[in-house]
Design a protein around this ligand. Sequence first.
Ligand code: MN
Length: 131
Amino acid sequence: VQISRGNSDSYARGEAETFTGTVWVRRALSAPAPSEMGVVVVDFEPGARTFWHSHRGGQFMFVVSGRGRTGTRDGSMEEISAGDAVWIGPGEEHWHGAAPDSPMTHFAVNAGGPPAWAEEVSDVDYARSDP
Ligand code: MN
């Protein structure tokens, strides 16, 4: 049994090469290879989001608090909020982040090692779901 303690784990600022806006990442647990499973808790300030990326083994996300968005290359955009569970398939390029007017915190389990990062999400893509 391995326990990552909520009262002692540290948060690292999401790097500007992979996140837009202010993001804090807590790397809670990581399993040894070959599962290469990473467990993270990520806090996004309003408007903050990831760059485009994919996870070789897919990603499960659970929105702990706030409201946010997630988008894929086919132009689809979904509003997500506290209590929502999201599955991103292996290799599917996507992004996720907070809504413009709300922070968002999600718990995520990433499989297949570190994400494969691509370019920044444009304001147009980020705003695609705006009415
Ligand atoms: Mn992801």
